[in-house]
Every structure is written in structure tokens, then in C-alpha cells.
Design a protein around this ligand. Sequence first.
Ligand code: SF4
Length: 233
Amino acid sequence: MSLPAEIEEFNEGIRRAVSGSPIVERKIWVTSLSHCLRKTALSIYLNTYNPSRSWEARIGTALHGWLGEVVRGAEFEIPVEHDLKDGWKLVGKVDAVKGDYLLEFKFRGFENNDSKKNSKKSKKNIDLDHAEPSKESIEQINAYMGILGKEKGYIYIFDRNGLDFRVFEVTFNERLFRRFIKRAEKVIEAVEDLERGEFPKWISTVGNKTWVCNHCPFRPICAAIDRPWEKSR
Ligand code: SF4
């Protein structure tokens, strides 16, 4: 019996799941491209990526939901999708779209600690007056603007304690968007290497940002391959 292509594809999915090699979902989340590309490739290959698993993401989701209920006049949680090569897609969810403008909401806890005022790095964490959007937030909203063809976006930073907020304008940067797409293409090549049974040693890791590695389930792999210092931590 000849079966329609969709049914054949479905059946292949069942066979591969039963044999322990499920089909890799060919999608890359925008939010997964701001840190370690090796982690992103391994998460896709091993099907472990979950954009809302961290407690911060869960608080963020709850607060986004609250905002959606109390503020009218914008569309919230808009899914976006951009075709990459070989059937891969770059996907994400914009917090809100109002007219021609994209909005992203960040809910932050501040230290409110004067003793930290001498450090430029930590000034951003003292209070809302010193807050700035992170490089990651800017490149992510820029990616959404590139996908949706918009020119301006606004990042809202809320103080989780009291929900006072500030707004930061971001203008679309074509070069930054192209660099972001290149990162996605690197991840695709790395997943394809993994599918061929080759480990993509070349794919960029996080340098010395140990805080990213601290919560990464792939530390033992990196320790064995090229980051031996991860073994002893
Ligand atoms: S342990 Fe660090 S370098 Fe290795 S995949 Fe995880 S985040 Fe990347």
C-alpha cells in the first residue's frame, strides 16, 4: 500500500522514536543563540532545549500574562518564524506587538545596594535608574524586528519590586541581524555533524563565562573534550 508523504513522515517518526534516535526538530529558538552555540547544538540534537524551564523564565511568563490582562491595545506573545536552509527554522515569541513596534518586557530584581556603586558592571543591577538592556535583549529584539520586517522596538525593564519601569528604544540593525542568522547557520552545521556521528569541536563555546557553564547539562562532555577545568568545579 502506498501511503501519503505526511503519513510516511509520521511513521518514520514512530520508528525512529522506538529505535532511540528520534527525529531532530529542525528549529532554533532566537533566545538560544545569545550564549553558547555548542550548548544550543547539543540541546537540539538531544532534544533538551526548553525556553521556559528556568525559574526566571517562569516568573517572566506569569508577569507577561498579567500584563496582557491588564493592558489592552497590544497583541501579546506573538510567535515568529524565519526560514533558514534545509528546512530549518529560526523561531521565537515576541512579548508584544503594538502597531509597527515590537515590545519586549524584562522583569528584574535590583540589589539597591550603594556599596556597589563604584563598579560600572554592577551599577546596572543597583536600581532601575541605572538599568540598561543587556546585549542579549538587544540582539533578540533585533532578530524579531528582522524576521517581522519592523524598524523599531522597545525594551521595557520593570523593577520586580513594585513594577516601576523604564523604556529603551532599539532601532533595527541589519548587520547585527545578519550576524545572528550566521550563528543559526553554525548551529545547523554542528547538529548535522552530530547526526553524522562527529563532535563539532570547532563550534563556539562561551569563553570563560563560567556562569553559563554552571547550569549547563553538557559540562561533562566539554570537560572531556576541551574544557578540562569544568571537571573539577
Ligand atoms: S559546558 Fe559551557 S562550553 Fe560546554 S556546552 Fe555548556 S555552556 Fe557551552
